[in-house]
Write a protein that binds this ligand. Sequence first.
Ligand SMILES: NC(=O)c1ccc[n+]([C@@H]2O[C@H](COP(=O)([O-])OP(=O)(O)OC[C@H]3O[C@@H](n4cnc5c(N)ncnc54)[C@H](OP(=O)(O)O)[C@@H]3O)[C@@H](O)[C@H]2O)c1
Length: 270
Amino acid sequence: MRSVGIIGAGQIGSAIARVLAESGRWSVIASRRKIHEIENLKNFGVEITSDNREVASRSDIVIVAVKPYKAIEVIKEISDLLDRKILISVAAAVPIRKLKAAAPKAKVVRAMPNIAVIVKASFTAYAKEPGLNVKDEAIVVELLKEMGEAQEVDEELMDAVTALSGSGPAYIATLIEAMAYAGLKVGLPREFSYLSSAYTVYGTAKLYLESRKHPAIIKEMVLTPAGTTIEGIFYLEESGIRTAIMKAVEAATKRAQEIATKLNELNKID
Ligand SMILES: NC(=O)c1ccc[n+]([C@@H]2O[C@H](COP(=O)([O-])OP(=O)(O)OC[C@H]3O[C@@H](n4cnc5c(N)ncnc54)[C@H](OP(=O)(O)O)[C@@H]3O)[C@@H](O)[C@H]2O)c1
């Protein structure tokens, strides 16, 4: 069993720790300073500590899941313990170049999961440093696939990935909420409305993923001339739903780039 350490067991770090431990294929130790907040992780077989150096020394793979502005500080704290180990950072906006400078002996991967890790349905994109060999990459992919789907991307696309699939659950939650409100407006019971909206998002995504039919084809499968769906689609198109989503992702990408620039300046001062 490979040992994995998670430093920064907050929202995403705790989810990763739990999923890996529950699989039974990884031994997992996780840290944060307020350790009482993660007592529950013990129930899933995760060891907990407030000592980041203990995590690093006992793990073959170390995942850093603290806030972006803390990532470099935390990695420097454990850097000497990372000789030939795999270091995966899930921090937004922190480039491989900075991670590598903070931990020169580690083999560095930058990954961007999303909160659906909790249900093993994250879409996780990762970029790797050139020093990562095929065997190491296979281990990284095996680990990331415990959380859902994993795909490699060029590092330069990471801000866009952050904006689309990293932030994506918030957009889709907004959509589910909007559909549920719509259900309430046309008289559906509350619970029924939320469940039917969420399940429709889930089912449509599953249909795309399993059939790989273009979304336009899926839409065609529902549309009938002068029917109900085209009536609804007319108003969605009129409201500019597509451009609203495109603008949202574009704005979030720009924001990720701004944060990266700010962090870069902050680290220069350090
Ligand atoms: N949330 C998401 O959906 C998501 C998705 C993809 C990527 N990310 C990335 O994941 C990272 C964490 O995000 P999050 O939303 O999970 O934030 P979060 O809930 O605030 O988790 C960060 C954790 O780091 C711990 N921490 C802070 N300083 C520490 C230290 N010196 N040593 C050990 N632990 C420390 C904090 O706990 P204590 O204060 O108790 O130490 C906190 O629980 C960010 O870099 C973010 O970009 C998040």
